[in-house]
Each structure stands twice: as C-alpha cells, then as structure tokens.
Design a protein around this ligand. Structure first.
Ligand code: NAP
Length: 413
C-alpha cells in the first residue's frame, strides 16, 4: 500500500470543491491535498484564500506531489497540465472527457513511458463505475454492446420534451436548475456523449476512435410533432450513445432513439444516466446513477484516488486485438421528419415503409446506410429530425453485397 498520496488539485469549481469536501469526510487517510491551483485570483472561495495558488508550477514543480487531480473547465489548459504532470512522473486523475477522448492514445503512451497511472472514471457518466467494470470484469469476446444515456443535460431536456414541454422552455428550465450551461451546444448536439462513447469503446472493445470518426446527432432538431409521434406509439425519445459489435466490426454513434417501455432507458429520467452492457453469458446489465453534480462526480474521482493507493492502472487488455475494427458501414432503421417534404426525398433510403405528408410536417421511416446518411447530413444541412427506430442494426457484407442481420441482441438501456 502506498504510504502517502500528496495531491495537487487543479480546479475548485463544482467537482474540485466537491472533492475537497468528500476527501475531508472520507476515511482515505493516506491522501491529502497539498496545493490547489485555480485561475481567478479575485473569486470568493468557500475556504481560506491561503489554500490557493494561481501558478501551475506550484503543483507541477513540487516533487513531493505525486498525484495531480485535474478538474478544470478548459481542455486545452488541461492538456498542458496533464501531459506535463505525466512527464514529471506524477499520477493523474481527471474528469475531463474531451481531453481524454481527443488525446487518448498519446496520453496512454505518456503514462506508460513514465510508469504512472492515468485514471478518468468520473469522465464517463459521473458517479457510475463503468470504466473500471469494463476494464476488469467483462471479457471482450463475449461483449456485444455498450450503450447508454450518458449526458444528464440532454436527458433532463428530453424528459421535459417527452411530457410535451417545448424544447426551448425545457432548455431554459435546465439552465435555471444548473443542469445546462448558458451555451448547451456540447450537450444537446451530442458532443459530450460522443467523447464519453469514445472512452467506452476503448475500454469495452479495445479500439481507439477519434471524435471525427464517431458521428453524433443531437436533439436540437426534434420537433413537438416527433414527440407526439412517439407518445402515440407508447415510446419515449432518448439520446443514446451506442456501441455495438457486428461480426468482427464495432459501430458507435450518438443519436436520439425511440425507446419502448420494456427498455431500461425508458425509465431513466431527468439528469440521471444509465449504461447497459450486453454480454453473451451475463446478458443485459444496467448501471444507473447520477451522471453529474458535485458530490456524485467527486465520488468517482475519490474512487480513482483510492485506487492509486493500490497502484491501480488501466491495463487496456482488450487493445491490440487486431481482429476488431471500427466502421460506420452498417444499416439502421430511422424515422426522419421535416417541415419540407422535399428534404425527406433527398435521404438515401434503401427501403422505406411508412410515410406521412401534410402541408407543414412530413415523415418517413425506413432503412439507410449509416455511412450514407452521415454524408448526407454533413453535405446538406436541413431541418431534418432523425430518430433511430428500435430495430437491430444490420451489418453490410460488402463482398457479397447483402445485408446480414446483426446476431447480437439489440437492447437499449
Ligand atoms: N460539473 C459536473 O457535474 C461534471 C461531471 C463530470 C465531469 N465534469 C468535468 O469536470 C471538470 C471540471 O468541471 P466543473 O463543473 O467542476 O467546472 P467549474 O465548476 O466550471 O470549475 C472549473 C474550475 O477550473 C478552474 N480553472 C479553469 N482554468 C484553469 C486553469 N487554466 N488553471 C487552473 N484552474 C483553472 C476554475 O478556476 P476559478 O475558480 O479561478 O474560476 C474553476 O475552479 C470538467 O472537465 C468537466 O467536464 C464535470
């Protein structure tokens, strides 16, 4: 057991402030915060100003500090801090999914070269211990999918929308309650979920992906008529981050989904998160909890700090398995709606089955190649609302030019 963890804490906001309290209240006696570095010298703090410094060197150049906990809200500054800390032989714990998703392989390499740990449990679904479970518990041969509601802001907004509250009003409510930032783009457009999905894919399937490879479609285009369509069919709309194995390929994307009452995601409401893991023998297992907030997120950070006492590091045992690769070549059933019927005609459906047309609202459901849909949405931005229909994804066997049904079980969280 490590004799002492001397922590240098960057950031004293929602999570950093929470960690300070949680650490003081926990029985983790081997860990103490030696220095705290923040940004704004004029800000009023909940603890004495003598605890704070504004120069990152206070922590990075202190040889007694062996753990850097990075909890700031600036991913570029965080990159400088984290890389420097790793190079100086300090363990790093962070909650910053954007930083990790954008630089995952480089940071893993740095941590290995310097023989230190890089842990980031809090960066995916807040308090839910999903990364360490994927890392330690599930064998990737038997894992078929990992998916979930991993963004509390968009889930809160969708929960209100599913009750019939207009999107803009739901955003305002979320902002008033502190669940959404003044600019909620990263959350509602699915970027935040995508960063988390990249980490889930790495720990579930051992595959490194980039933010450019993983497509995200958010909830800003949803219209009240889409919600009504869902309610009439007894469904709810949920933003899912979804990764699935299809044969020897892995697909991953973030998009709104129709979810039926028999799926766990149906009952995951407000700011809550849930991740479901499907595996051959254990079948579906669901992790549910608070995906954000001061104490819940701090508890995951604390758990990482605690793990450092036992020299824990991610081993990425599933990486290096060249038999699996990432692809966006698969078929998916979608619902697409628009105020302009002509926009629907441009969607590259390979098969469509349901149509509705009126002067100001039309929709179509049918199968598309995900790759082609993605190209289409990129090249011709429109008011199209796209929702994934609850049907198994289908792989594309390009050699035989035929559709092969995904053999893994489809299950939303
Ligand atoms: N909030 C959540 O529920 C939650 C959940 C999961 C993950 N996270 C992640 O946790 C991290 C922190 O989020 P948060 O909500 O705690 O942010 P926050 O409340 O906005 O606090 C950010 C803190 O970072 C400090 N800071 C900013 N730039 C800095 C720099 N260059 N050097 C030193 N300190 C700097 C700020 O200093 P000042 O105090 O001087 O302004 C502030 O104390 C982010 O990566 C976020 O994505 C948050």
């Amino acid at each position: 057991m490590r004799t002492n963890l001397n922590i240098g804490l960057f950031g004293f906001g929602v999570v950093g402030g929470g960690l300070y309290e949680v650490l003081n209240r926990s029985k983790l006696l081997n860990a103490t915060i030696k220095s705290i570095v923040v940004k704004d010298p004029l800000k009023k703090r909940s603890i004495d100003s003598s605890h704070f410094s504004f120069d990152k060197r206070t922590i990075l150049e202190d040889d007694e500090i062996n753990v850097v906990v990075e909890l700031i809200n600036d991913s570029e500054a965080a990159y400088e801090i984290v890389t420097e800390a790793l190079k100086r032989g300090k363990h790093v714990v962070t909650a910053n999914k954007k930083l990790i998703a954008e630089h995952l392989d480089e940071l893993i390499k740095l941590s290995r070269e310097n023989n230190v740990s890089l842990l980031y449990e809090a960066s995916v679904a807040g308090s839910i211990p999903i990364l360490r479970n994927l890392e330690e518990y599930y064998n990737n041969d038997t894992l078929s999918s990992v998916q979930g509601i991993v963004n509390g802001t968009s889930n809160y907004i969708l929960t209100q929308s599913n009750k019939g509250i207009a999107y803009q009003d739901a955003v305002k409510q979320a902002q008033a309650l502190g669940f959404a930032e003044a600019d909620p783009t990263l959350d509602v457009e699915g970027f935040d979920s995508k960063f988390k999905l990249i980490l889930l894919i790495k720990h579930a399937f051992g595959i490194s992906t980039t933010p450019e490879e993983v497509f995200n479609f958010g909830i800003t285009k949803l219209r009240e008529r889409d919600v009504r369509f869902a309610l009439e069919k007894g469904l709810r709309i949920k933003l899912l981050a979804r990764a699935e194995k299809i044969g020897d390929q892995v697909v991953g994307f973030v998009a709104p989904h129709f979810v039926s009452p028999d799926q766990p995601a149906y009952g995951v409401n407000n700011e809550f998160n849930a991740v479901s893991v499907n595996a051959l023998f254990s079948d579906r297992q669901v992790f549910y909890g608070k995906g954000a907030g001061s104490y819940p997120t701090a508890s995951a950070v604390l758990s990482d700090i605690s793990a450092l006492q036992f020299d824990y590091h991610y081993e990425y045992r599933k990486s290096g398995n060249d038999s699996l690769s990432f692809t966006d070549e698969f078929k998916v059933k979608i619902y697409a709606s628009s105020s302009n019927e002509n926009s629907l005609k441009t969607i590259p459906f390979v098969e469509s089955d349901e149509f509705y047309r009126s002067a100001d609202f039309s929709y179509t459901t049918g199968w598309v190649s995900f790759h082609e849909l993605r190209q289409h949405l990129k090249s011709s931005p429109s008011d199209l609302s796209i929702i994934i229909v609850e049907e198994p994804l289908k792989g594309i066997d390009t050699n035989l030019d035929r559709i092969e049904e995904n053999k893994t079980t489809f299950a939303s969280v």
